[in-house]
Design a binder for this molecule. Structure first.
Ligand code: NI
Length: 184
């Protein structure tokens, strides 16, 4: 099932998401639906709040970028109750976009690598050092669980320059190739 994507201005994108219980009903169905929704909107990552569910989980699939970064060849993952507990001092700038902010792309500076613990959909625990583009995607999705979107990281000047676009978006003026929803 493909869900509509909640757009900037929706309150679910601004709250702190709740931990996922081990006995969360039909968790695997939800994971499958999140992948379906992400693929339907050509995304690389999707966090549960973006489909209106304030839960600490996100999915990523960056395998299509494996030509440029070979380590992404198997980078399809489900992150449940993740915890980023370490960050590299080195930061890098990369251009980001977000399914919840269609049409906006901005350069964002973030740590180059992170250490993260999480559970997969079978509640097996994982603990890894993730670097490069994969780390970028994971940090962006993790932000969604904290009520943060990528434009929050921009300089005051950049924020001023895109303010009109954000205001329009939060009033429902969006054009996207996928189903969207705005719930204040
Ligand atoms: Ni996003």
């Amino acid at each position: 099932m493909v869900y509509p994507i909640y757009i900037y201005g929706s309150s679910v994108l601004r709250g702190e998401a709740a931990e996922v219980d081990r006995d969360y009903p039909e968790l695997k169905k939800l994971v499958e639906d999140m992948f379906d929704t992400m693929y339907a909107s050509s995304g690389v990552g999707l966090a549960a709040p973006q489909i209106g569910k304030p839960l600490r989980m996100f999915v990523v699939d960056a395998r299509m970028y494996a030509d440029d970064e070979p380590e992404l060849a198997d980078f399809k993952r489900v992150f449940i109750n993740p915890e980023i507990y370490g960050e590299s001092e080195e930061e890098v700038v990369m251009n980001e976009g977000c399914l919840s902010l269609p049409g906006l792309n901005e350069d964002v500076q973030r740590p180059e690598a992170i250490r993260i613990r999480w559970f997969d959909e079978d509640f097996n625990e994982h603990d890894e050092l993730i670097e490069g583009y994969a780390a970028r995607v994971v940090q962006h999705e993790y932000d969604h669980l904290e009520g943060t979107v990528f434009t929050d990281h921009l300089s005051p000047l950049r924020k001023t320059l895109i303010r009109a676009k954000l205001t329009a978006m939060s009033k429902g003026k969006v054009s996207a190739k996928y189903k969207t929803k705005l719930v204040k």
